[in-house]
Design a protein around this ligand. Structure first.
Ligand code: MN
Length: 424
């Protein structure tokens, strides 16, 4: 499945007149429309290789058709997304699910699809066929040094695959923790984990980053050894300059103030990356922006303010990735919706009148501060996002074109109805 330039051009020609009218009206009202469009054109969100198939829950999985059967087909699927929205030009691999057999061939295929390799992800939350020691009771925290060593060696192997592909970062998410009081000595679990992470850190190339992802609960339900941003920050501070905290939106206890966490991590220079998704209750892994779009905007508001405060490059200095599961929707349609929601929240955050907000805060003008944020949030920026996509060579309405071209139908005819993607 490949989307041709002329298919996109034809689609854009049909929509261009009405788009132009909406865009001109909006651009007229905004002081910085061109600047926002430039930022949107540059922005990229990585797609994880495990998000291209239907996800499941512990109660079941209802596979869709035409799911990618191997790494090559995963790259092709992300190539389709990127051709449509021009903002999904990076793929994040998961080892061992995506071990390349031929690095050069995979690199060249990615290049043909306009993709680069984002963070590499290790897996010590499952036992693989033929694995010597089990991770049932944890990996890097394990009471048995031999299990810890196995987990460290796996992560070093993941780095080696990443070097071959041109990746520059390793994301470590550990399922380590405990499900019952008394099961673990918290201090020893932390120290074992730190020692293991240090060994991985030593194997990290000089220009790489290590992202330490935290999660409040699941699969362990009493304690998690990297359970919150405080614990992650402890690890990354102790590890060194190349280690950062990674924030996954779904990995907090309900109602956590994620925007405040983001602001403080940025202040400390320790925010490394982001996993986008949305949730109502826990780690629901729903489409980004589908449940709490205002929270997503508030997070982007802090990201923009904090990155600008440190003179950071919005596109490259943080790792941006979607990490969601698609149980009901077509995964590719869900990802198009997620990227769109991210770009909308980012554009809205770029519209916040920062000078006026600083003045309102200094004057304790709470009402004015709220008005300024909501003025930006309530602006319909979709024409700006569409204009950025048009200028970047993408489709004015990616989801509409995805359906008009019957991409899923074509993938099913190429791959069959019974395929299952590796992943969660
Ligand atoms: Mn994640």
């Amino acid at each position: 499945m490949h989307i041709d330039k002329h298919q996109i051009t034809q689609h854009n020609e049909q929509l261009e007149v009405s788009h132009r009218r909406r865009f001109m009206r909006l651009a007229d009202e905004l002081p910085n429309a061109e600047q926002v469009i430039g930022r949107l054109v540059d922005f990229e969100v990585a797609i994880p290789s495990w998000a291209l198939g239907t996800g499941g829950t512990r109660f079941g999985r209802f596979s869709g058709g035409g799911e990618p059967r191997n790494l090559e087909e995963k790259i092709a699927d992300i190539g389709v997304l990127h051709a449509l929205n021009r903002s999904s030009g990076a793929i994040s691999l998961h080892i061992p699910w995506d071990i390349p057999e031929d690095y050069a061939a995979i690199r060249s295929l990615a290049q043909q699809n306009g993709l680069v390799f984002d963070a590499m992800n290790s897996n010590t939350f499952q036992d693989q066929p033929g694995q010597t020691l089990s991770y049932k009771f944890g990996s890097m925290q394990h009471v048995d040094k031999a299990v810890r060593k196995q987990a460290v060696e796996h992560n070093i192997e993941v780095i080696k695959h990443g070097i071959e592909l041109g990746s520059k970062s390793l994301t470590v998410w550990l399922a380590d923790g405990s499900s019952f009081p008394g099961q673990l000595n918290f201090r020893k679990a932390f120290q074992n984990t730190l020692e293991s992470l240090q060994e991985v850190y030593e194997a990290l190339p000089g220009d790489w980053k290590m992202f330490v992802e935290y999660k409040a609960f699941e699969p362990n339900f009493y304690s998690t050894t990297v359970g919150d941003w405080g614990q992650s920050l402890l690890y990354s501070n102790k590890l060194g300059d190349k280690a950062y905290t990674l924030v996954d939106l779904g990995h907090h206890l309900p109602n956590a103030n994620i925007e405040q966490i983001v602001a403080l991590l940025l202040m400390e220079g320790k925010l490394g990356g982001f996993h986008f998704n949305d949730s109502k209750y826990g780690d629901d892994d729903l489409t980004t922006g589908s449940v709490k779009p205002y929270q997503l905007f508030l997070i982007f508001n802090e990201l923009v303010e904090g990155m600008d405060n440190r003179g950071m490059d919005h596109t490259n200095d943080l790792g941006w990735m979607i990490d969601a599961s698609h149980n009901l929707k077509d995964p590719l349609e869900d990802l198009l919706q997620s990227v769109e929601a991210i770009l909308i929240a980012y554009a809205q955050a770029l519209l916040v009148d920062r000078v006026a907000l600083v003045e309102a805060q200094a004057a304790n003008d709470v009402v004015r501060a709220q008005e300024l944020l909501q003025q930006a949030f309530r602006t319909d920026v979709r024409p700006l996002v569409a204009e950025a996509r048009l200028r970047a060579g993408g489709a004015l309405n990616p989801l509409q074109l995805f359906r008009e071209l019957d991409v899923r139908g074509q993938l099913i005819s190429e791959r069959g109805t019974k395929t299952t993607a590796t992943g969660l």
